[in-house]
Design a protein around this ligand. Structure first.
Ligand SMILES: [Zn+2]
Length: 201
């Protein structure tokens, strides 16, 4: 092969390399910037966000025995009402079923890709009053970051989380009482202490 032919081949290869470089450079700005939603889905965080809060819950709240022991030693609830033995039994039984109900609601929501959950009350709850308003909502990501957002919050708590399956974003809805639990704040708002007792109705 003559010298000129070798130079020609080298120039050709250099040209191909430069062309490939520019083509690859041009491509990247054309891609859409990822939205926070896409980032959750593509970065691998998605699977973590959808992790059941069950384990966290066991770490954050007293177990049934600890609660049983605690209510055994208490004679009145937050409102000064006498707690009877049957109240104590109810409180402990309701505690276990409330945990199951709320965790199941989130696990079902994860299965259906539910992104918003709102608070409801199944009965009187003077302990949660002042902390949580009926209809205020949290996102699935907020629950992931703060598993303590899952009720029950305290002995005799009647607060429950419901998955929000409306087609609109609850942040933009005009539905009465729907407002973000976090408001403008990024920090976790205060929540009731589990040792406050609401006597069962
Ligand atoms: Zn409560």
């Amino acid at each position: 092969m003559s010298f000129i032919a070798i130079v020609g081949v080298l120039f050709f290869l250099l040209f191909v390399a430069i062309a490939a470089y520019f083509v690859s450079k041009q491509k990247s700005p054309q891609e859409d910037p990822p939205t926070p939603d896409m980032m959750i889905h593509t970065s691998g965080i998605y699977s973590i966000v959808r992790k059941s809060p069950r384990e966290d819950f066991q770490r954050l709240r007293p177990d049934e025995n600890a609660l049983k022991q605690y209510v055994k030693e208490q004679s009145v609830d937050l409102g000064g009402r006498t707690i009877t033995d049957s109240d104590r039994k109810r409180i402990v039984a309701d505690w276990a079923s409330a945990i199951e109900r709320n965790i199941a609601e989130i696990e079902t929501g994860d299965f259906k890709s539910c992104d918003f959950y709102y608070y409801e009350f199944t009965g009187t709850d003077d302990v949660c009053a002042g902390f949580i308003e009926k209809g205020s909502f949290v996102t699935r990501e907020e629950i992931f970051r703060h598993p303590e957002l899952v009720p029950p919050f305290h002995a005799g708590c009647t607060c429950v989380l419901h998955g929000y399956y409306g087609t609109d974003n609850p942040r933009e809805t005009t539905m009465l009482g729907m407002k973000p639990f976090f408001g403008e704040n990024v920090n976790l708002p205060p929540l009731p202490d589990w040792k406050n007792i609401q006597k069962p109705e």
